[in-house]
Write a protein that binds this ligand. Sequence first.
Ligand SMILES: N[C@@H](CCC(=O)N[C@@H](CS)C(=O)NCC(=O)O)C(=O)O
Length: 327
Amino acid sequence: MGLLVEGQWKDQWYDTDSTGGKFVRESAGFRDWVSPDPQARFAAQAGRYHLYVSLACPWAHRTLIVRKLKGLEKIIDVSIVDPYMGEWGWSFSDAPGAIRDPLYCLEHLFELYQKAARGYTGRVTTPTLWDSHHETIVSNESADIVRMFNSAFDTLAEHPERDYYPQGLRDEIDAVNERVYHEVNNGVYKAGFATTQAAYEEAFEALFGALDWLDARLAERRYIAGDRITEADWRLFVTLVRFDAVYVGHFKCNLRRIADYPNLSGYLRELYQVPGIAETTDFSHIKQHYYRSHPTINPTGIVPAGPALDLYAPHGREAVGPAQSGG
Ligand SMILES: N[C@@H](CCC(=O)N[C@@H](CS)C(=O)NCC(=O)O)C(=O)O
């Protein structure tokens, strides 16, 4: 685990001393956009962009989901890093499920950032969207990449009719995303990476307050922002699907499991059973990464063998409302 400082790799764990034991996530360093406009600097084109991901990473997972559902797999190629993130950060390997970097045969992801911006200072994160035309990083912010994949490639996508950020639901989606991001997606990290009891408890309470709120909301709505699946669902899904396998134990988020929530548990199963989604979810990479890469939290690096999860059990969500049509 480390970061680039003026273009040089430094092996360094998160600094929580200056923030009273709290984990504070840094903003992404690259925030450009792919555009459907052929004249744009980053114009949507088949084969031009490459996505670097970790299958363990929830932020990368949401981009893989939208890539899959929109039918962008033949247009945007992917490399998958080794699940273990050690002193050199994310690395490429021949581990099962990993895919090496076909563009530059790099050993480590930080070398891509060095190529993109000489003298770069910042974290080296997944997902990273690379433009092979300008040989630079377009974006390393998953929320933006999800939106680009949702609409910028529509003339090339197999499913341009699928829209995960529809006009009429945008205010609702943005509002849900805001709370889910701070208290759930990032909330589990705030609990897990806290280095004081107070910081941990603050994150823990906010997290379970938000999960209770979501469970109550899902008693009346089939999906989180209304009667169809939107990006708000996929952004929540990536944390829920890791929760019982990793966050309950490794990040001490153990008030309740998702399996204990009557509505969230069925909702998680329904999303997992959407065609294509199970293929984007790799529990081996997920468990290997978290349990082996954080020695301050799990010094032995032992990866728990359980839990038994049955995400293919009937979800029962028909009782709440009709399924959406059109994926
Ligand atoms: N805001 C970023 C966060 C991405 C992120 O933090 N990814 C993690 C993996 S789950 C990472 O690469 N961490 C490496 C580090 O922080 O050094 C996004 O949503 O894309």
